[in-house]
Design a protein around this ligand. Structure first.
Ligand SMILES: [Zn+2]
Ligand SMILES: [Zn+2]
Length: 156
């Protein structure tokens, strides 16, 4: 993600205005925390970050409802394998995405496109299977972590 947190929030607010969505202070706060996490963040980590800011207890259902809103409106994606959430790199434009997730640092790369689903459903075993929802999450080592590993090996 290259855009700053402020830019992303401004974009979300413009989108909410345009579509008549209620980006309430709570939803905005959840979105901001997801943006700032820069890697998948779970509901309980969000609660831990929110409670000191709000000075009151935050219920999981409250956070899950806010996350549902953000996911439905394309601001945030759910990472199923981690039960966590990342900010979308292209909020407001409906798209399918694939995710590359680093096992070590948690860095998550979003790659947009329908090609994976299309090529799978076009393959002979699938017989034109109609895809309704796709979850493509690849885990491994990001290039930064690979570099770190290489540096460590050289140092030893
Ligand atoms: Zn996205
Ligand atoms: Zn990494």
């Amino acid at each position: 993600m290259t855009a700053s947190v402020e830019t992303m929030i401004a974009r979300a607010e413009a989108l909410a205005d345009e579509r008549g969505l209620a980006l309430t202070p709570l939803r905005r706060q959840v979105y901001e925390l997801v943006l700032k996490a820069h890697k998948p963040i779970g509901a309980y980590d969000l609660i831990d970050a929110m409670e000191p800011q709000r000075g009151t207890r935050v219920l999981p259902t409250t956070v899950y409802r806010a996350l549902d809103f953000l996911v439905e409106n394309g601001l945030v994606h759910r990472i199923e394998s981690k039960n966590a959430f990342v900010a979308c790199c292209d909020a407001g434009k409906p798209h399918e995405s694939q995710f590359l997730i680093c096992d070590e640092c948690g860095a998550t790369l979003e790659i947009q496109g329908r090609e994976v689903a299309s090529s799978l459903s076009a393959s002979p075993p699938a017989h034109g299977f109609q895809v309704r929802h796709q979850v493509v999450e690849l885990s491994g080592l990001c290039s930064d972590c690979q570099k770190k590993h290489r540096a460590q090996q050289h140092g030893a």
